[in-house]
Design a protein around this ligand. Structure first.
Ligand SMILES: Cc1cc2nc3c(=O)[nH]c(=O)nc-3n(C[C@H](O)[C@H](O)[C@H](O)COP(=O)(O)OP(=O)(O)OC[C@H]3O[C@@H](n4cnc5c(N)ncnc54)[C@H](O)[C@@H]3O)c2cc1C
Length: 516
């Protein structure tokens, strides 16, 4: 006899918990009753302020129709637009580099030129600090132009509360203010119910662990832990806030320090900062001192916390699934945790969740879903690992990162290949990960892990060097002209308010008739 899945219980009311509730209630219409357990006595992690594409996709209704928009989110939360990431002190020539949230493919002519070759030319000709100028976004930043972007800097509490409010618009979503105390399994090892405080008990068919680093359900369900600590050198953070600057820079700034790195994330009313470090090399007090010396001012420390880098061996076991940082976490350098969380939720709700127990809870589904999540985690592991290698620095932290065994296998293969060529994105991963390859490539160039000779040779071998050069130079010469159009056009394209991105690009293409 088949049994329907009806009751979904989500443990945790952070960003992962509330976005999960949104997906379960919208994607699958109203066939489930969803309960979020959000204890007011246990705070959410309260960090995690940089986001990229996926949050905007969600707000634009790309996953399912939604009663909000990116503008609504900007308006109602402590959020600023984010154009990209500025890396300081990460390479050996001390050249800052910027990774813009943009790719050159959108506005260079369709041709046999590789998707991201313009970055390679920019690096070869002008060095690490000019790579971003191969994109419209990079140009916009250079010229202080306000464009739409796929990135945000947001207050973490605001974000969770924003999604909570929308999720609770549906009558099949409710929440309970309680703490999970005990987990009751049936004889097959499935979760039957949870004991909460105040003698409450809640039963369900599917149980979702969004309890952050507490990993409330996972621990009981024996889902295992694959540690990445061998390849990721940081395990702690000291956070602090500084006042907004008069004209906030809407880049995340990431500065390499003696035992890790520091983030600087301006939101509307303040700047969120943190020193992410390895507590084997530096204490919180020493970290504070290093920051104060660097900033030449005293700071008021906020939270400190520590973690283990890694992922679950099983992201889904029986009727228990984990989303968010309960399932996977690496050093927040790439600012991609919320992105990977949304990928997980989207994949599970659309691909694997069916009405019935039998069609959903089976070994084949578990195996396929777990493989997808493992692949995603390992690709982000590689990108983060790459960030820490190749820095000549006598500090013990950086010495640890320079050991051969620190590199993941794939990063090690790439570094070997970089001695004579730059591998194509096909060598890196699936189409799905195009943006990640772009990120990987820009980090490799920005960190100067590829010589300029190899960069040039890789374009010459493809026979595209001249084409890429002409396109890059034209963008650099003409961006200004293309943007600063007549006052009438300004009005037409709403330039003062922030140009619709597509409009700006097509406007630019029209002006560059030779590309039409
Ligand atoms: C230093 C740092 C920087 C980061 N930077 C970024 C970034 O720039 N970009 C990005 O995308 N991500 C970043 N992250 C990750 C980001 O913070 C998380 O992905 C995001 O906040 C979602 O967290 P969560 O919902 O999984 O967990 P949490 O926010 O921790 O929520 C956990 C929930 O579980 C509940 N809970 C705990 N125990 C129990 C219990 N016993 N019973 C019931 N409920 C319980 C809590 O009350 C809470 O509601 C960063 C993380 C760290 C540590």
């Amino acid at each position: 006899m088949t049994k329907d899945i009806k009751e979904i219980v989500i443990v945790g009311g952070g960003t992962a918990g509330w976005i999960s509730a949104l997906f379960f209630s919208r994607v699958q219409k109203e066939q489930y009753n969803i309960t979020v357990i959000e204890p007011s006595t246990i705070p959410i992690i309260g960090v995690g302020e940089s986001t990229s594409g996926r949050i905007q996709d969600l707000l634009k209704g790309k996953y399912f129709p939604i009663e909000t928009s990116p503008e609504d989110f900007l308006d109602k939360t402590d959020t600023l637009k984010r154009y990209g990431i500025r890396y300081k002190n990460w390479n050996n020539s001390n050249a800052d580099f910027i990774i813009p949230f943009d790719n050159p493919t959108k506005y260079y002519p369709k041709s046999n030129v590789g998707k991201f070759d313009h970055f390679i030319y920019a690096y070869e000709k002008y060095g690490a600090s000019n790579i971003h100028k191969a994109t419209f976004m990079g140009q916009a930043f250079e010229h202080n132009v306000d464009l739409n972007t796929s990135g945000f800097h947001s207050d973490a509490h605001d974000m969770a509360m924003f999604f909570k409010k929308i999720a609770l618009n549906k009558k099949n979503v409710k929440y309970i203010d309680a703490v999970v105390k005990e987990i009751n399994l049936n004889q097959n090892g499935f979760i039957e119910s949870l004991n909460l405080n105040d003698d409450l008990k809640i039963g369900g068919d599917l149980f979702v662990d969004c309890s952050g680093f507490k990993r409330v359900l996972i621990n009981k369900m024996e889902m295992g832990w694959e540690s990445y600590d061998k390849h990721i050198p940081t395990n702690s953070v000291l956070t602090f806030r500084t006042p907004s600057e008069s004209s906030p820079k809407t880049l995340t700034t990431s500065t390499a320090l003696s035992a890790g790195w520091m983030f600087n994330i301006p939101v509307k009313n303040r700047i969120g900062n943190g020193y992410v470090y390895d507590n084997n090399f530096i204490s919180a007090d020493e970290a504070k001192l290093e920051i104060e010396n660097l900033l030449k001012t005293e700071i008021n420390p906020g939270k400190t916390m520590s973690w283990s880098n890694g992922r679950l061996k099983k992201f889904w076991n029986k009727n228990c699934i984990a989303f968010g940082i309960s399932s996977f976490f690496v050093d927040p350098l790439t600012g991609s945790s919320i992105t990977t969380t949304i990928n997980q939720i989207d994949t599970f709700t659309k691909q694997f969740l069916q009405n019935s127990f039998e069609k959903t809870f089976n070994e084949l589904n578990e195996k396929m879903y777990n493989n997808i999540c493992i692949k995603q985690s390992e690709m982000y592991l590689d990108v983060s690992n790459l960030m820490f290698i190749g820095k000549n620095d006598t500090a013990l932290f950086w010495q640890k990162c320079s050991k051969k065994e620190f590199m993941t296998d794939r990063v090690s293969d790439f570094i070997e290949m970089f001695k004579h060529t730059i591998p194509l994105n096909e060598a890196y991963g699936l189409d799905y990960y195009d943006n990640l390859y772009s990120f990987f490539l820009q980090i490799s160039l920005g960190k100067e892990l590829i010589s300029k000779e190899v960069a040039k040779k890789s374009l010459e071998n493809k026979g595209t060097y001249n084409q890429v050069r002409d396109a890059y130079e034209a963008l650099n010469k003409e961006f200004y002209k293309a943007y600063y159009v007549s006052p009438e056009d300004c009005e037409k394209y709403e330039l003062q308010k922030g140009v619709p991105y597509g409009t700006l690009i097509s406007n630019y293409k029209q002006r560059r008739k030779i590309w039409a």
